[in-house]
Ligand binder design. Structure first.
Ligand code: PLP
Length: 343
């Protein structure tokens, strides 16, 4: 078999025929006027799923995140987040540039309520007001790590007690729900604004949402407009999102099983090991022994054999399972890695 196995990201999936048909048949209107019935339906559905009053469709997760930060902070504030969170590390520097805020970095990994309390500065004029705590669930650079519900709630309560706002980057919240057995609404409780993506594990070609109180989402409309994110007959995209929600959530457990299978097999390849304690969802971060090779060199050599992935550091790379990856693909990926490491 000669097809490429693309484990770079769960964003690489292509819409299936049924999703394309749903898009072609979508009822549409001008969404900048609030008149697209399919967008309105999607927004209502996602708000309900997340247990929030209202939601707004955005072209990307990055835009949804930036709108959330813009609403929950003022220029000069500080945002508590992980050093390698998406808003800090992978949004092209947008957070400080667009919202005029700086980061107050938490310990790497899943931080806890005490970390929030320890990093909080009282009203001392030497420090910026720390007004927002941001949590990513699942935690991408943490290898798709899933926050235990209690820890998530404790962090949100600690933030609330200190008078801070809370934001949840739930680009892969659907995966967290499947992995924990808790609903998306339970995982969103205590967070002022929650962002979710339809274009990752759920398989839509494009689209994210931001959800929260009606007042916050009213403000989100203006920010989206300022960022150029108002889309007209966006129902075509929202129809893909609805299809993804209705058909994608129920199969995410397969991606998790495939990732676990990958993780276990990789542990048996000399020179490779899993960088995290365990595989929680659909992301596996692999550590490459320095004596063997570098992540970039391994990436190059595997790519010539039809296996694609991204390095996340000099000795680390990331494998992401998704809709277009089967158990058989994972077996082939492992044998390509094994052969290449053994050469
Ligand atoms: C955790 C997380 N948040 C936000 C995003 C941003 O999504 P987008 O690529 O749609 O801007 C991503 C994208 O991979 C992500 O992994």
């Amino acid at each position: 078999m000669s097809t490429t196995i693309d484990l770079r990201s769960d964003t690489v999936t292509k819409p299936c025929q049924a999703m394309r048909e749903a898009m072609a048949l979508a009822e549409i209107g001008d969404d900048v006027y609030g008149e697209d019935p399919t967008v309105n339906l999607l927004q209502k559905k996602v708000a309900t799923l997340l247990g929030k009053e209202s939601a707004l469709f955005t072209p990307s997760g990055s835009m949804a995140d930036q709108i959330a930060v813009g609403i929950l902070t003022r220029p000069g504030d500080a945002v508590m987040t992980s050093p390698d969170s998406h808003i800090a590390f992978h949004e092209a520097g947008a957070t400080p540039m667009l919202s005029g805020v700086q980061f107050s970095f938490m310990p790497r990994g899943l931080f806890c309520a005490d970390d929030v309390r320890a990093a909080y500065h009282d009203n001392d004029h030497h420090y910026p007001p720390t007004t927002l705590v941001e949590v990513e669930n699942t935690y991408n650079m943490g290898g798709g790590q899933v926050w235990p519900l209690e820890q998530l709630r404790d962090v949100a309560s600690a933030a609330g007690e200190l008078g801070m706002n809370t934001m949840l980057d739930g680009a892969r919240l659907w995966n967290a729900a499947v992995a924990t057995g808790h609903s998306e609404a339970e995982l969103s409780e205590g967070f002022d604004l929650v962002t979710v993506c339809l274009s990752k594990g759920l398989g839509a070609p494009v689209g994210s949402l931001i959800a929260g109180s009606s007042e916050h989402i009213h403000r989100a409309h203006r920010l989206r407009k300022m960022l150029g994110g108002g889309m007209r007959q966006a129902g075509i995209l929202a129809a893909a999102g609805l299809y993804a929600l209705n058909n994608g959530r129920g199969r995410l457990h397969l991606d998790h099983e495939n990732a676990k299978q990958l993780g276990q097999a990789i542990e048996n390849i000399p020179g490779l090991s899993i960088a995290t304690d365990k595989v929680d969802s659909n992301i596996v971060i692999v550590e490459v022994a320095a004596e063997l090779t570098s992540a970039a060199r391994l990436q190059e050599r595997c790519a010539t054999k039809g296996l694609l992935f991204w390095p996340t550091g000099p000795q680390r790379f990331r494998l992401v399972t998704h809709l277009d990856v089967t158990g058989e693909h994972c077996d082939r990926a492992v044998s390509i890695l094994k052969d290449t490491c053994g050469e």
